[in-house]
Design a binder for this molecule. Structure first.
Ligand code: NAD
Length: 499
């Protein structure tokens, strides 16, 4: 049985806790590897290594740090197929989607290649008589990232690319469910020229997360995962004086106006609701048709489209999506389907009980579709995170907008329409952090930034883009004047002003 160990100081370090987590192949439902679950001492050791390595790394000029990012980009592109297969074998998403996972992280690496420009400070000449003011962005020191299972390549790269480029050392605590790709990325960073110890991977569960949150030398923590844990991590880290950025779960809505291009909208919704078996924080598990005629037309098309989807092993090039990540997660999704039935929603398509031939123990679910879901149902309010799509009917645009706005999550939302005025009103007023207009999964490009509202995001700054640079640096501002010689002309007991 393969063991996945920590990566500290540029080398593999075996765990000492005697505790390991199972890493499954979700296609066959069997354990394929075991991951070492770290201890407080192992985390402390990784931080000490990172702290020592950070000094020299930060002292390199930013162009040289950028060159490591350029080289990392080349190496990830070289290894794209290998990484995608590894990712897919532990997560269960299809290979093409696994490549998308890697690509969306790679785009943040590309952004980080511009770090010399992005780190430039500000300068004011003559802010007062003979006085100049300038500011600079300095790295924080050692920072950490805690990542979820559903994007094992993209989310670590969202975090470590800007953090490292800014001159920090990084501790990565990846999901224990699919930990191999994060280690592979750490190895590629070393090959790209990152000095040993600047990025360390410590595997684990709550023990390591708590040790990160308690460690006095870790200055900032970025977290992505479910909302209750995000809230806990945010509160504990902030209590300990750390800079915190914690992204949580989601329940994203797609609003369909009567004038939408319905065929295109249905095609978009299929990919957004069922792609990656619905295990995306920017999935679209709720559709809101406006008006009865739109609802009926949409329902008919959704049934036909969902019935034609192909569920298959993650290496099947024809499959639209693969298995979900684990048995417990599959059972949880099935419970939510039953809850929807018990709450009175109409289960139009039931994906439970699906068996893929020759892969009967794999964690597969066929598409489920609910109609007549209402806002008071728990199965609507909670994130299901599986291949389950819910139709919530609305009579007016105002009613449709109020659904995502009042929902406890506020990650992404989309509207499908040809009416620019309605779309503009929607984008301006909806209480959600990322908006798509005829775009089902509006994950912003790497030079903007990613972040949800309400229970989808705790903390101030978004992931990547300039917010990433701001998060991983602190601003120092210098006010200077130089002596001209001659008699003393200045003395004041009043707070200095520039009048
Ligand atoms: P999760 O919350 O179970 O785990 C996330 C991380 O927290 C993992 O590294 C895990 O080891 C750690 N963790 C788990 N339980 C913990 C505990 N009790 N104390 C401390 N740490 C703990 O999330 P997941 O199931 O891996 O990922 C799916 C979730 O992540 C979904 O809710 C999804 O919406 C969310 N997500 C959000 C975004 C976003 O940007 N908003 C992106 C991707 C995923």
């Amino acid at each position: 049985m393969r063991t996945i160990s920590h990566f500290i100081g540029g080398k593999t370090v075996a765990g000492t806790s005697g505790r390991q987590g199972d890493v499954f192949d979700p296609n066959i439902g069997k354990v394929q590897a075991r991951v070492d679950l770290g201890t407080v001492e192992e985390l402390n050791h990784a931080v000490a290594v990172a702290k020592a390595a950070q000094v020299g790394w930060a002292a390199l000029n930013p162009q040289r740090r950028a060159r490591v990012m350029f080289e990392l980009k080349r190496l990830i592109e070289r290894d794209m197929d290998k990484l995608a297969h590894l990712l897919s074998s532990e997560h269960g998403k299809v290979i093409s989607d696994a490549k998308g996972d890697i690509q969306r992280g790679l785009e943040v690496v590309e952004f980080a290649c511009g770090i010399p420009h992005l780190l430039k400070g500000e300068y004011t000449e003559g802010a007062g008589p003979g006085i100049d003011v300038y500011s600079m962005r300095q790295p924080l020191g050692v920072v950490a990232g805690i990542t979820p299972f559903n994007f094992p390549a993209m989310i670590p790269m969202w975090m470590f690319a800007p953090a490292l480029a800014c001159g920090n050392a990084f501790i990565l605590k990846p999901s224990e469910r699919d930990p191999s790709v994060p280690v592979a990325l750490a190895e590629l960073l070393l090959e790209a020229g990152l000095p040993e110890g600047v990025l360390n991977v410590v595997h684990g569960d709550k023990t390591v997360v708590d040790a990160i949150l308690d460690h006095p030398d870790i200055r900032a923590v970025s977290f992505v995962g479910s909302s209750d844990i995000a809230n806990y991590v945010y509160a504990k880290g902030a209590q300990n004086g750390k800079r915190m950025q914690c992204m949580g779960g989601a329940k994203n809505h797609g609003i369909i106006l009567p004038d939408a291009d319905l065929d295109q909208a249905v095609a978009d919704i299929m990919g957004a609701a069922y792609g990656s078996a619905g295990e995306r924080c920017m999935a679209l598990p709720v559709v809101v048709p406006v008006g009865e005629a739109t609802a009926e037309a949409l329902r008919e098309r959704l049934i036909a489209a969902a019935e034609s989807l192909r569920v298959g092993v993650s290496t099947d090039p024809e499959a639209h999506y693969g298995p979900v990540v684990g048995a417990a997660h599959k059972a949880r999704i099935e419970q939510y389907i039953q809850m929807g039935v018990d709450e009175g929603a109409e289960l139009v398509l039931d994906g439970r009980g699906f068996k893929l031939q020759a892969h009967e123990d794999g964690f597969f679910l066929a598409p489920s579709l609910f109609d007549h879901v209402t806002a008071d149902m728990k199965s609507y309010q909670d994130e299901i995170f599986g291949p389950v799509l819910q139709i919530v009917r609305a009579q007016t645009l105002e009613e449709a907008i109020s659904l995502p706005s009042k929902h406890p999550y506020g990650n992404g939302v989309a509207i499908f329409t040809r009416n620019g005025d309605a779309a503009r009103e929607f984008a301006s007023t909806v209480e959600v952090g990322m908006v798509g207009i005829n775009v089902p999964i509006p994950v912003p490009v790497a030079y903007h930034s990613f972040g949800g509202w309400k229970r989808s995001g705790f903390g101030d700054l978004n992931q990547y883009g300039m917010d990433g640079v701001r998060f991983y640096t602190r601003t120092k501002t210098v006010t200077q004047k130089w002596p001209k010689g001659g008699p003393v002309v200045d003395q004041s007991f009043v707070i200095p002003t520039m009048k």
